[in-house]
Write a new protein. Structure first.
Length: 381
């Protein structure tokens, strides 16, 4: 009996130092930041924090009871980015957490003037993870962060937060996460393609004739040697889809853009390879080979598989050359050719590119070999 009493006292004494739940906070008592925006104007950093009211979202009980939730965008200013973030706390009313940030948007001013300093703060943050999607923009960030979602769905479903599903359907501009940007940012010869995000009020209308503001990608910023070397969009960026993207899922290709008749294929599963050669150790010629599949989307001419293969290969090669010529004229290395030299031909890189302000001046494009495998071309013939 005495032993039982001693055992009970021992157990009770062990329970005394156990911590309880006195300091826990309810979800509604915490500001969960979903998007961080950073701008730089008038020698001040401006930090924008998007907060979504999850209360209404959590109350959904059926597939038809959709509520997009209320978006709040806070703004803080400071001499440094961290001071701007702490300026946000002054009016946040309750504790703010950054562990749920899903996207980071940097203004062109940041990309051009304060990119390294901004990434350094983000890198050393104790709460931000390495998984948010990264974007650049030349639009007002506060306006961008209040964009609408389609069908009044949760704002967590917009392209800014979930770009992969749309990219699989239409690989126009490849999204990247922050760890990919940081990896290339540190390298002496890499070029990172940072997608540019913007808003559009003309594409969709509601019954009330209201024109919601929708986000979309409108180009690529080229980040090299810790700075922004410029932006490309439209036809200037088309070649990157076949050479630079880590995985191009699928994208339509108009085979006769100058002719009224429809002749469109869907190019998918693109794989590329780059090789370098030099005769004088001053100029480097790069050969590019591309393999892809193509499916007919529209074909009024009912072209044969041989014609389809030939025309698709010709158009892809044209786009690759056009993008190279246009970006080289702007001193941009959109195909990361310098990185190829750095990884595969280090001695040649030291002679031709190291410590050069514009190594692209010494690069030329040689052979562009494209091999397209037509798939399902006769399904509707």
């Amino acid at each position: 009996m005495r032993a039982r009493i001693l055992l009970l006292c021992l157990l009770l004494s062990l329970m005394l130092p156990l911590s309880g739940c006195w300091s826990t906070k309810e979800v509604q008592s915490i500001n969960f930041i979903t998007t961080l925006g950073v701008d730089y104007r008038d020698k001040q950093f401006i930090a924008y924090a998007q907060v979504v009211d999850f209360a209404n979202i959590a109350k959904q009980e059926g597939p038809n009871q959709v509520n997009e939730g209320t978006i709040w965008v806070g703004e803080g200013k400071g001499k440094t980015l961290m001071l701007a973030i702490y300026d946000l706390y002054r009016t946040s009313q309750q504790r703010t957490m950054w562990t749920h940030v899903k996207a980071i948007v940097l203004s062109e001013n940041i990309l051009n003037e304060k990119l390294e300093e901004t990434l350094d703060v983000i890198l050393h943050s104790g709460e931000l993870r390495y998984t948010p999607w990264m974007y650049g923009t030349n639009e007002d960030i506060k306006t961008l962060l209040t964009a609408s979602s389609l069908l009044n769905q949760s704002v967590q479903s917009i392209e800014l937060f979930e770009p992969v599903s749309l990219y699989r359907q239409s690989s126009e501009y490849e999204p990247i996460r922050i760890h990919f940007l940081l990896d290339g940012f540190r390298e002496p010869a890499s070029t990172v393609l940072l997608p540019s995000v913007a808003t559009n009020t003309e594409a969709w209308n509601q019954e009330s004739n209201k024109k919601p503001r929708m986000t979309y990608f409108n180009g690529l910023y080229l980040i090299s040697k810790k700075k922004n070397t410029g932006k490309v969009s439209g036809q200037e960026a088309d070649g990157a889809r076949y050479v630079s993207y880590r995985k191009m899922q699928q994208y339509p290709l108009d085979l006769d853009p100058e002719i009224k008749s429809s002749h469109v294929v869907l190019v998918r599963d693109v794989k590329s390879n780059i090789s370098a050669r030099s005769k004088d150790n001053h100029t480097v010629t790069f050969d590019i080979s591309v393999n892809a599949e193509a499916t007919v989307l529209e074909d009024e001419q009912l072209a044969s598989d041989v014609q389809l293969k030939k025309e698709t290969e010709r158009r892809i090669a044209e786009k690759i050359r056009y993008t190279f010529e246009q970006t080289k004229a702007k001193k941009m290395d959109i195909y990361s050719l310098e990185e190829h030299l750095y990884r595969r031909h280090l001695n040649l890189w030291k002679k031709v590119s190291k410590d050069k302000e514009h190594p692209i001046d010494n690069y030329e494009l040689g052979e562009v070999k494209v091999n397209v495998h037509p798939v399902n071309t006769t399904t509707y013939k």
